[in-house]
Design a protein around this ligand. Structure first.
Ligand SMILES: [Zn+2]
Ligand SMILES: [Zn+2]
Length: 181
């Protein structure tokens, strides 16, 4: 069987490990079967984030009562950048509550675009944040004062989590904690 070298991974394999370019044709692709699959998966993944960014844009066209042209050209809503930012945020934690997206149940649906200060102009770079769906919804229902206090509770809760990491017994009721001391 003829051998062929894959353009992506550099491996040399029997020709049959390279997909045919066209069904019934004779020429084969320049990359091996698995590298071809990997390329497709990468494209698909990028597309999912672009789709997410486009949805965020169209959602805010309605909620902010702006045209998409205004958001894109005046306020810098570049969907490619938005897609990259959303993906990057998703690998980390929600900026408000500090929860890891990886620990949330609904995957990509958990990340949403928040307009930080709804009374200011919606410049993408300075007045938006990719945050979790729960925080975004909570923030929209709260007054500025309530939301400010909520963020303080989040800070206190995070401090408590750090204490717990050092001493898990702190989570026990007081008498049990005393017995275990
Ligand atoms: Zn390959
Ligand atoms: Zn959150």
């Amino acid at each position: 069987m003829n051998k062929k070298r894959c353009k992506d991974c550099g491996g040399t394999y029997n020709e049959e490990f390279f997909n045919l370019r066209h069904k019934g044709g004779r020429t084969r692709q320049a990359v091996c079967n698995i590298c071809h699959q990997t390329r497709r998966d990468i494209i698909k993944e990028v597309d999912r984030w672009l789709e997410k960014a486009r949805r965020a844009l169209s959602h805010h066209v309605k909620s902010l009562k702006r045209t998409s042209d205004e958001l894109i050209n005046i306020f810098g809503w570049d969907v490619k950048k938005m897609a990259r930012d959303a993906k990057h945020a998703f690998l980390n934690t929600c900026d408000y509550c500090g929860t890891k997206y990886a620990d949330m149940v609904h995957g990509m649906a958990e990340i949403t675009l928040d307009i930080v200060n709804i009374k200011s102009a919606p410049f993408y770079n300075i007045n938006t944040k990719w945050v979790c769906n729960s925080c975004n919804g909570r923030k929209q229902k709260m007054s500025t004062g309530e939301w400010g206090r909520y963020l303080q509770y989040v800070t206190a809760w995070k401090a408590q989590q750090r204490k717990l990491e050092k001493n898990p017994l702190l989570a026990l009721p007081l008498f049990e904690y005393a017995e275990n001391k």
